[in-house]
Structures are given as structure tokens and as C-alpha cells.
Design a protein around this ligand. Structure first.
Ligand code: GDP
Ligand code: IMO
Ligand code: MG
Length: 428
């Protein structure tokens, strides 16, 4: 068996797309297992830049099968927009398969997302991507959702709307919104229904066979552990679990098939949207990092909040994901930052603690405890081997390894595929 899972260890945007694209060169199947087009995964190579929201980052490797798993919520319009963008850039989308058990995001999910957010007070707003993710997962959990197998079946889709639209329209009316007309909706989605049909398959069985045949399979997480509905900073989270534990459930394979887990972390931390962020800082240095790291959301363009690396968070990710190693990304961005701070614990009401509190109210009272290391001033964006990194950059990586208790198998020094230092081989 050869499976590798790529997970975010922080609040998303850690560089999962870049790592997945890199590892996909040797993978036969790449699978996205949760989330939807709230994700934004950036990939750069040969002077080209792509932002993927739904399609697995293995799509640039021609021989890879790319699966959108059953745990995903998929907006058909967004999927075809992305497929058309790729085809226009001469990237084949023939390898794409969509799980027949994945859920569908329709226009009213997006409307509901905005309406539910507007009901929250300013300080309690989650700051969602407004893509309809929460409402689609709500309907999945409350057994009102629409699955791909039914969306592409004319009769099943029509029957679903007969059952479900009265509920949707009661909600919309309550908010003073325009209600949905069934025929107009059917007409609008007809071209997408027809176009999607050939892509919709029993991907769990395909994956089972691939794993049984010893194929190299890569699982690509979206979001990050701290945005997990269960293990993140609830309720300031997304509506699925990005952790390695969710791979089996959300793709239909056995938990025994989860082997190597790569935890992707920035060399610092960012967060988009609301919620607690213990190591956050603002001011000139945050602005410098935001500019150097181009820290603006891939999906919404929002400026990302900036903070120091937090090893309490990374150890939380280690435990919840069973990390085999770390991929430390955007190390180049810390050039000229003196000193470098690493959060090693929190101070809570006078006591030192080493865990992520469940209660947001308690977490908000935590003060980060830092150690300081000397920074580096060299441009490291052209460095291709670990030994060639400046001593202070290596010292920083090794301190993180010590504090988290796992090695850094990948160190990234720039957004391009080539700007990657690999210290351990995957898919041997
Ligand atoms: P994802 O959502 O985890 O795939 O990450 P995003 O693509 O949303 O955000 C990561 C950003 O960092 C993107 O703009 C990448 O191009 C960029 N990036 C990835 N690795 C590096 C790196 O090592 N250095 C720099 N400067 N940028 C990087
Ligand atoms: P990738 O895969 C960063 C955040 C939103 C918001 C919260 C809930 O690119 O790392 P949602 O639309 O999911 O209901 O929003 O989660 N969020 C992300 N932040 N990267 C992402 O994905 C995110 N996907 C959702 O900003 O705070
Ligand atoms: Mg992103």
C-alpha cells in the first residue's frame, strides 16, 4: 500500500496545493476529500500560476486520476468554471471523477450562507467565504441534501426539489428574499446536469481497487486542522473535518489505508475570517510579512491576519492527524525578520498550559509564551538543498522539529514547484 495524506495544520492556506502538486508527480491517484470551493490552492510552475478551488492539485500531472470525494460539497457552476479555465490553459480535465455520494451546492445555499452570517453580530461573525459551504453541510447532516447521483438523474432531481423547495422557500420568505421557482431552477441547472453526468462515478470502489492494486494514492486536504468542525476553534471553523481522520469517511476507504501524513505549516501563521488567534500581531512587521508572502486570500482576496508560528497548535495538529512529518512553507518570507519568535506554550490565568482549550472564551484569555531565535538576512529563494540554508534558518527549522516532535520532510523557499527542498522521499 502507498498512500500519502496532505493536511493543513493551522487555519488553512499553508501551501497544501503546492505540496500536493509536487507529490502528485509520483502519484497515480489524487483525491480531494472534503470542503468545496471555499478552498483556494495556488500552484506555480514554468512561469504559470493556477488557483484551484475544487479540482485536486494533481491535475497538472497528465497521468494522474483526480477524484472529488464523497465528503465534498460541489457547486457545479464553480466546477465547470474551473474545468474551462484549465482547458483554456491546455491542462486536460479528462482525468477528473466526481463521487456519486458528494453533495451539491445550489444557488440558495450561497444565499443562506450570506443570510446566516448577516444574523450574527459583527464580533461573532465567522467570516465565511460565502460559497454556501455551511448550508450544504447542514442539509447533508439533516438528511435534506442533494447528492451527485440524484442531481444527474432528471427524475430524482425533480423529486428532490418537490420535497425540499417548500422548506427553502419558507426560509427565504422569512428573510424577505425572493423565493425559488422549481421550473426556473431546473432550467438553469439542466446544462450542468447533462455535462456532469459522465464524471459522476462510484469513486469509493475505484479507490478501493486502486489501493488493492498497490497504486500510489495522494489525499489532498482543504482548510486546516484549526478550522476542523470537531478539533478547531469552534464555532469559528468550516463545516467539515480537514484532518487525516476524515479521509477514510470522506472517500469511502478503510482507516487502515491511511499511512504517511504530511502536515503542512507556514513558517509563521495566518488566518482569514473571524476567531481567536493567540499569536496574531499587527503593525509594520505584519504588513511586511503580508506583502512578502502575498498574504491575501486565494478565494476571497481578503488580507490574511498574521502571527508567529505556534507549536501548541502544531502539536494539537500532530495529535489529531498522526503526523508523520511536517512541510514547512514560506520560510523565504521570514528573511530579515529579527528576532524570530516561536510560541511554545500559553499562559492561562497565571498557569502555563500546553493544549488548545475547547472553549473560545478560555482560549481568548491565553497569552502566548515565546522563545526568540536569531533570524536570517540572506535571500534563500534559490536554495535547493537543506545544507545550503543559512545556519539561523536551519536552527529555526530544527527548533520547530524539536518542539513539535516530528521532522520537517519538506522545506519550501518560494511559491514555484522548483523552490522546494525535499529531505525525505515519498512514494518510494
Ligand atoms: P493552500 O490553500 O494551503 O493550498 O495555500 P494557498 O495557495 O491558499 O496559499 C499559499 C500561498 O503561498 C500561495 O500564494 C502560494 O503560491 C504561496 N507559497 C507556497 N509556498 C511558498 C513558499 O515557500 N514561499 C512563498 N513565498 N510563497 C509560497
Ligand atoms: P484552503 O483550502 C483559509 C475559513 C473562512 C472562515 C471559515 C468558514 O485554501 O486552506 P466557510 O466558507 O468554509 O464556511 O468559512 O473558514 N476558510 C478558510 N481559510 N483557507 C481555506 O481553505 C478556507 N476555507 C474556509 O475564512 O473563517
Ligand atoms: Mg488556500
Amino acid at each position: 500500500m502507498h498512500t500519502v495524506t496532505v493536511v493543513g495544520t493551522q487555519w488553512g492556506d499553508e501551501g497544501k496545493g503546492k505540496v500536493t502538486d509536487y507529490l502528485a508527480a509520483n502519484a497515480e491517484v489524487v483525491v480531494r476529500y472534503q470542503g468545496g470551493n471555499n478552498a483556494g490552492h495556488t500552484i506555480k510552475f514554468d512561469g504559470k500560476k493556477f488557483a484551484l478551488h475544487l479540482i485536486p492539485s494533481g491535475v497538472f500531472n497528465e497521468s494522474t486520476i483526480n477524484i472529488l470525494g464523497n465528503g465534498m460539497v460541489i457547486n457545479p457552476l464553480a466546477l465547470f468554471e474551473e474545468m474551462d479555465m484549465l482547458e483554456k490553459a491546455n491542462v486536460s480535465t479528462k482525468s477528473i471523477m466526481v463521487s456519486n455520494r458528494a453533495h451539491v451546492i445550489l444557488s440558495y445555499h450561497q444565499t443562506m450562507d450570506k443570510l446566516f452570517e448577516a444574523l450574527r453580530s459583527d464580533e461573532k461573525r465567522v467570516g465565511t467565504t460565502a460559497k454556501g459551504i455551511g448550508p450544504a453541510y447542514m442539509e447533508k447532516a439533516s438528511r435534506q441534501g442533494l447528492r451527485m447521483c440524484d442531481f444527474v438523474d432528471e427524475v430524482a432531481f425533480s423529486e428532490h426539489l418537490d420535497q425540499h423547495l417548500p422548506y427553502v422557500n419558507v426560509l427565504l420568505k422569512t428573510f424577505g428574499e425572493e423565493t425559488i421557482d422549481k421550473d426556473a431552477l431546473l432550467k438553469r441547472y439542466k446544462p450542468y446536469q447533462l455535462r456532469l453526468k459522465p464524471y459522476v462515478q462510484d469513486t469509493a470502489r475505484i479507490l478501493y481497487d486502486a489501493i488493492a492494486a498497490d497504486k500510489k494514492v495522494l489525499f489532498e486536504g482543504a482548510q486546516g486542522t484549526m478550522l476542523c468542525t470537531d478539533h478547531g476553534t469552534y464555532p469559528y471553523v468550516t463545516s467539515s473535518s480537514p484532518t487525516a481522520a476524515s479521509v477514510a469517511l470522506n472517500t469511502g476507504i478503510s482507516p487502515k489505508s491511511i499511512q504517511t501524513v504530511v502536515g503542512v505549516s507556514k513558517a509563521y501563521t495566518t488566518r482569514v475570517g473571524g476567531g481567536v488567534f493567540a499569536t496574531e500581531f499587527t503593525g509594520a512587521l505584519a504588513d511586511q510579512i503580508r506583502t512578502q508572502g502575498n498574504e491575501f486570500g486565494t478565494t476571497t482576496g481578503r488580507p490574511r491576519r498574521i502571527g508567529w508560528i505556534d507549536t501548541v497548535v502544531l502539536r494539537h495538529a500532530l495529535r489529531t492527524n498522526g503526523l508523520s512529518s511536517l512541510a514547512v512553507m514560506l520560510l523565504d518570507v521570514l528573511k530579515g525578520v529579527h528576532p524570530l519568535k516561536i510560541c511554545v506554550a500559553y499562559k492561562l490565568d497565571g498557569d502555563m498550559i500546553d493544549y488548545v482549550p475547547a472553549s473560545i472564551k478560555v482560549y481568548e484569555r491565553c497569552e502566548p509564551v515565546y522563545i526568540e531565535l536569531d533570524g536570517f538576512s540572506e535571500d534563500i529563494s534559490g536554495v535547493t538543498s537543506y545544507d545550503k540554508l543559512p545556519g539561523n534558518a536551519r536552527q529555526y527549522i530544527e527548533k520547530i522539529e524539536d518542539l513539535v516532535g516530528v521532522s520537517a520532510s519538506i522545506v519550501s523557499v518560494g511559491p514555484d514547484r522548483k523552490q522546494t527542498i525535499i529531505r525525505e522521499s515519498f512514494f518510494k
